[in-house]
Design a protein around this ligand. Structure first.
Ligand code: CO
Length: 143
């Protein structure tokens, strides 16, 4: 069962520029910065209630975020839904014939377990499912 939206991730060319824009336009002034080296990405996170917005910036030309922006431009990268039991959700999605990027759960940040559903099975949007660990926070990935 999906219990809430965990985070919404947006691919941007420049974290500094995007933070400035979101701060001025929406009053999002507090950001936590984090590097995700295995994804060659830097992330800026802003909490809204118990959900958060993540801005993703590539740190290398072959970063998944750089490839995404080259293909589709800046914009919505993925939506992460929190689930109670990821294994049950993956089985349900498979049974429904949906296309999974991750056939089984893999490790996310903070002890969470995550998996991605392919955009072709979700109206063009990359969907991340996350089962919380000790701290609720996950990372990013594409393709
Ligand atoms: Co994510």
């Amino acid at each position: 069962m999906i219990t809430k939206i965990d985070h919404v991730a947006i691919a941007v060319r420049s974290l500094a520029t995007a933070i400035e824009v979101y701060s001025r336009a929406l009053g999002f002034s507090e950001w936590l910065l984090e590097g995700v080296s295995e994804q060659k990405t830097r992330v800026a996170m802003h909490a809204i209630g118990d959900c958060r917005i993540e801005l993703l910036e590539a740190t290398a030309e072959d970063s998944p975020v750089a490839l995404f922006i080259a293909r589709r431009g800046e914009g919505l990268h993925h939506i992460c839904f929190q689930v109670q039991n990821l294994d049950v959700e993956l089985q349900r999605l498979r049974s429904a014939g949906l296309r999974l990027i991750d056939q089984t759960a893999r490790a996310g940040a903070g002890g969470s377990r995550i998996a991605f559903l392919h955009p072709s099975s979700a109206a063009g949007v990359l969907i991340e499912l996350a089962e919380p660990g000790t701290t609720i926070h996950s990372h990013i990935n594409l393709d």
